[in-house]
Design a binder for this molecule. Sequence first.
Ligand code: ATP
Length: 237
Amino acid sequence: MSELFPMIAQSAISRRRGKVLIGPVDLTLEGHGITIVIGPNGAGKTSLLRMLHGIARLNEGSIVWACDQEEARQRQAFVFQSPVMLRRSVRDNLAYPLRLIGETRAEAGKLAEGMAEKVGLTYALSRPATVLSGGERQKLALGRALIRSPDVLFLDEPCASLDGPAMRDVETILKNAANDGTRLIMSTHDMGQARRLATEVLFLLGGKIHEQGDAAQFFEQPKTAMANAFLNGDIVE
Ligand SMILES: Nc1ncnc2c1ncn2[C@@H]1O[C@H](COP(=O)(O)OP(=O)(O)OP(=O)(O)O)[C@@H](O)[C@H]1O
């Protein structure tokens, strides 16, 4: 398989009805680690993730992966804040991405069971996804996104409405995925979570990347006054 990274965005801009949602963005993503995207409400976190993943229109500039675009698309997954589930069992939801690429029902079911174990949902395999709790739904969404072993997983506030134990479980799943070689790029409002997970930080402000850096260094000594103010809990806009 060819290399997917680096991903290079140059002067990338996404607009909606003439308004810039995000950009211009100049960004190089290397192939390892967990990049956490932070910034105040409306800074453009969701828009950045959607633009990089290719589900928000790229109006200007370029986003280029090291392999061809179609292959790059196949090797990515995205987890939304409020994932939509099929009105079927947990097993079928997990198996679905595999069925889409032609896996047999039996094989997809077997792999779904393996993934259910990884995300802690073995006990719920036969339950309809519609009866799951918020935490269980998010674990299912992660399992469904990870079942094709994506090289990159984008996550938009995946823990936004989860309680402590569910958040801890989700973070464990994410760390395991990163250790297994999936590159994670994730937005969060939770600075504790950002500190626990990040190897790299993108701090967004006003639709632009205001600061990018190694996580330990960013949290210890941010380079910009705005990032410093944000980390101190000041109102930044
Ligand atoms: N579909 C849309 N149409 C018009 N404007 C939009 C749309 N989606 C987002 N915006 C605007 O684009 C800007 C960036 O929004 P975005 O959701 O990317 O920010 P965010 O950092 O993820 O915010 P939050 O932390 O509140 O989720 C905001 O000003 C928002 O109001």
